[in-house]
Design a protein around this ligand. Structure first.
Ligand SMILES: Nc1ncnc2c1ncn2[C@@H]1O[C@H](COP(=O)(O)OP(=O)(O)O)[C@@H](O)[C@H]1O
Ligand SMILES: [Mg+2]
Length: 419
């Protein structure tokens, strides 16, 4: 077949950029366009009549024949060698990557195979370059990931180290803070005790003066009453001395009780005590310091009340309250002690008809060294009620009071039964 065939189809055939072959059943090339000659390195027209297997590398010729047969048995347009790389063989024996698509065409009533071939060297090169860079990318990504993992690990370690250091520091801060708190507490306790002592010294030097000068003058008067018939006067001054000594003892007792309490030296020793007997002991003792006509009346429901408590502490509380009641009320007045019991509480009330406490000053009642203005002419330390409050706290009880100026004062203590 000549290329200058006037047939327009032929012209299209020849103008095609793809190599086009028409192959018969025997595998002989019956038509081949210009591009196909060029593709396989043949002179124009040289391919006609040649076996198509010549265009295939010798190693795959057998496979090619089988493929061709299979295609003829089931001819549908398709790509040849789908999924594998095809190679074409040039006349000079060199090989090149090729892509071939197949079709069937009827020529002179006989089926022929139509093959379209393109050189895909460039595409392959690009594909390979892409693949190579893809592989590089993968390697690079893997490398990067490794580095990130390593860095993350390093950071993790650093963070963990920092956390450990932080925890250590927090511990240290806590320990120091505790030591600081303890020191501060010890210091404030020390300061309070010192203040207590120095206030006591100034209070004592003031309060001691009166009883001491009473004693001195009474003693020198007794010295003068030597004659018979002056016994009564002597006795009067002896009593004055006794009461002055009593006052001094009270001051010392208050102070000793308070410093013992402050130093935490007072312990609880509870036992079952008979309230009636304890009260009787105390009131008998207090009778000595009662003024003329002062009566201590005991108002108690039961004949015998048993109560589980610390006897010394309870006695101290009652002595303090009763000595106040006596001290801060006039001769010829009643002082009443009321005992009431309910299932949970023992209530002790001490009531007097004395000078009372000015309303504005009542809020300071339990403060250390507090003395109301209307009491300044009466001997005292201002420590008794502070001590009473501390004792009541130790027994887990409650203390309250009510008072009216010049009418009287009532103190009440609630002590829980089961502690
Ligand atoms: N029964 C009372 N009647 C009036 N005033 C009282 C009574 N008990 C306490 N007070 C007032 O409370 C103050 C504090 O009492 P207390 O602590 O016992 O100290 P002190 O009796 O040594 O003065 C007293 O100085 C007094 O002003
Ligand atoms: Mg007192």
């Amino acid at each position: 077949m000549k290329n200058e065939h006037p047939d327009p189809y032929k012209a299209v055939f020849e103008a095609c950029e793809e190599g086009i072959f028409v192959v018969n059943k025997e595998g002989t090339i019956v038509m081949a366009n210009r591009a196909s000659h060029k593709l396989f390195g043949y002179e124009e027209g040289e391919l006609i009549g040649l076996s198509v297997e010549l265009l295939v590398p010798p190693a795959v010729r057998g496979v090619h024949i089988d493929d061709r047969k299979a295609y003829e048995a089931n001819p549908a347009p398709r790509q040849m060698g789908h999924g594998r790389d095809l190679a074409g063989r040039r006349k000079d024996g060199s090989e090149f990557p090729v892509e071939i698509s197949l079709n069937m065409a009827q020529i002179d009533n006989v089926y022929h195979t139509l093959a379209f071939a393109i050189d895909i060297s460039e595409r392959k090169k690009i594909e390979e370059a892409l693949k190579r860079s893809e592989e590089q990318l993968i390697v690079y990504a893997a490398e990067l990931e490794k580095r990130v993992t390593k860095r993350t690990q390093d950071l993790d370690n650093t963070i963990r180290q920092l956390e450990r250091v932080n925890a250590d520091l927090e511990d240290q801060v806590r320990i120091r803070k505790k030591a600081e708190d303890e020191t501060r507490l010890a210091l404030s306790r020390e300061r309070e005790l010192n203040e207590l002592k120095s206030r006591f010294v100034s209070m004592a030097s003031h309060e001691f003066r009166t009883p001491l000068s009473t004693m001195l003058s009474s003693a020198s008067l007794i010295e003068r009453y030597k004659e018979p018939g002056t016994e009564e006067k002597r006795q009067k001054h002896i009593n004055k001395i006794k009461s002055a000594i009593g006052n001094l003892t009270n001051i010392l007792n208050d102070f000793l009780s308070l410093s013992k309490l402050e130093e935490g030296k007072v312990g609880l020793e509870k036992e079952d005590i008979k309230i009636n007997e304890v009260l009787k002991d105390i009131t008998d003792d207090m009778a000595d310091i009662c003024k003329n006509g002062q009566n201590i009346i005991i108002d108690i429901d039961e004949k015998e009340i048993l109560f589980h408590t610390d006897e010394k502490i309870l006695k101290n509380i009652l002595i303090n309250l009763l000595s106040n009641a006596i001290k801060y009320s006039e001769a010829n007045t009643d002082i009443t002690v009321i005992i009431r019991e309910d299932p949970d509480l023992l209530t002790i009330t001490v009531k007097d008809q004395g000078i009372g406490i000015p309303e504005g000053e009542q809020k300071h009642m339990f403060e250390r060294f507090f003395r109301a203005k209307n009491a300044t002419n009466i001997q005292g330390t201002g420590l008794g009620l502070n001590i009473v409050k501390k004792y009541v706290d130790m027994l887990e009880g409650e203390i309250s009071f009510s008072s009216k100026l010049n009418e009287g004062t009532t103190f009440s203590i609630d002590l829980p039964k089961i502690v």
